[in-house]
Ligand binder design. Sequence first.
Ligand SMILES: *[C@@H]1O[C@H](CO)[C@@H](O)[C@H](O)[C@H]1NC(C)=O
Length: 554
Amino acid sequence: MLASLKLILLLLLALGFAQALQHNYIDEADEVADAELLVAAANSGALWPLPQKVKISDVSIKLNSFSFQITDAKESTAGQSCSLLQDAYRRYFEYVFGNAKRHEPGKSRRTGPSELTELQVWITSPDSECDGYPSVTSDESYELMVDQPYAVLKAPKVWGALHGLETFSQLVYEDEYGAKSINSTTISDFPRFAHRGILLDSSRHFLPIKVILANLETMAMNKFNVFHWHIVDDPSFPYLSRTFPQLSQQGAYHPYTHVYTPADVKMVIEFGRLRGIRVIPEFDTPGHTQSWGKGQTDLLTPCYSGSKPSGTFGPVNPILSTTYEFMSQFFKEISTVFPDAYIHLGGDEVDFSCWKSNPDIQKFMDQQGFGQDYKKLESFYIQKLLDIVATTQKGYMIWQEVFDNGVTLKPDTLIHVWKGNKEKYQSEMANVTSSGFQTLLSSPWYLNRISYGQDWQGHYKADPQDFKGTEAQKKLVIGGEACLWGEYVDATNLTPRLWPRASAVAERLWSAVDVTDITDAFNRLSVHRCRMVERGIPAEPLFSSYCPHEYKGV
Ligand SMILES: *[C@@H]1O[C@H](CO)[C@@H](O)[C@H](O)[C@H]1NC(C)=O
């Protein structure tokens, strides 16, 4: 009965497409995807991002909330004591069964034949890293064997176990009566790139903590592992600094309601850690610093109009020793607040006009023998900043301009490529890597840019190792980041704008290089999008279709 109703629904849907196709507003890519749509809606248990090696058999096994449990394997080194894992077991139990009641310990479990009763999680390395932080060198690999009567998830470290739990939850599907099933499966998996990031911008619009946490949760569903927190910029300074509280007091949109307190920041970092996600803050200087100037007098360069100060300010003033004293103290605090070895120092889009107008700067330029080359002044500043940060931070990331302008960089600096069309960024990636630097790509993944149609396909096709270079050069590409700049984004539209479009980037950065079939991707991503929706994430649709469990609002 239910099945025939579904069939009628599908037929109605198909009729709808036939009609829609008569209109010209559906572009070519949509038509290709269209043919696959009915398959997508019917198929479940689809994996995203696709694991490196998967073998799913036709043997299906039932599981139910009363008998199934996720447990530590006896051999595991992590044991009951790893709260990160216990927390993840609870989370994934709920993702698999919704709010269904879980088995109460002590009660006897009713188990039927051909039923999956247990997922045993086995951390194989002596150091599980349960209490540590993920890093760029973390082992994220795992192996998953689903068979009756129990499934085994093996990982050297907790980070791989977290990914394996996500994959396990994706394998579970609902039959037409709503019963949960999983097929007997073998998976061996690891990421193609070590750095798989999302940039969120909390300066142009303040993002409530709740939205940031929801995003971290969704990142884990997509196996992203870096939250690049573009926390301050020209419009506002919401970071509450213990050393310089006046920065947010004066520079935030509101000194109490629109700030991130030390407790907020701690919560974001811990929430990320529990999901294997690093939090890398960006404190962009010397440009993009208008909001810094409100609370820190003499930090920014006074601009001149003719022979008089105009009352406006430009980039950080690079000629004062007070600037460097401030930066030393500020970044010392940052290194104690954010545990990650890396920090993003920005360095993009420095506007030279204010520096040019200022007579003191001109005098300094003469003394230093910089002539009229303001790139040299910028380099002078960045050089000093890098020296300061090198004393407190293991590694740093910078936007590509710093490299382009010829600043001397420590050999382990990570260059973030963000400019240009395909031709431009490919030659930049080639240049950066031929100079021996590690690099990250973002140019094709500015998800704040939107257009009509299935733009995820373009994001999906871009590949960070697709440029002219040697094998050694390709190895210097450690990943990429999808960026969501905040001019037109706040809590009202962040999540649907980012997801599932960022999922396309997630698969490019995780799965094997030859996973490029756009039709297969469409089918799996459609299911994955519905999965995010079912988990309460308002991820926008890819195209005309439906989800078994539609989004019901908040
Ligand atoms: C799972 O098993 C069922 C039949 O038992 C089969 O129809 C289905 O195709 C299998 N799923 C996958 C993804 O192979």
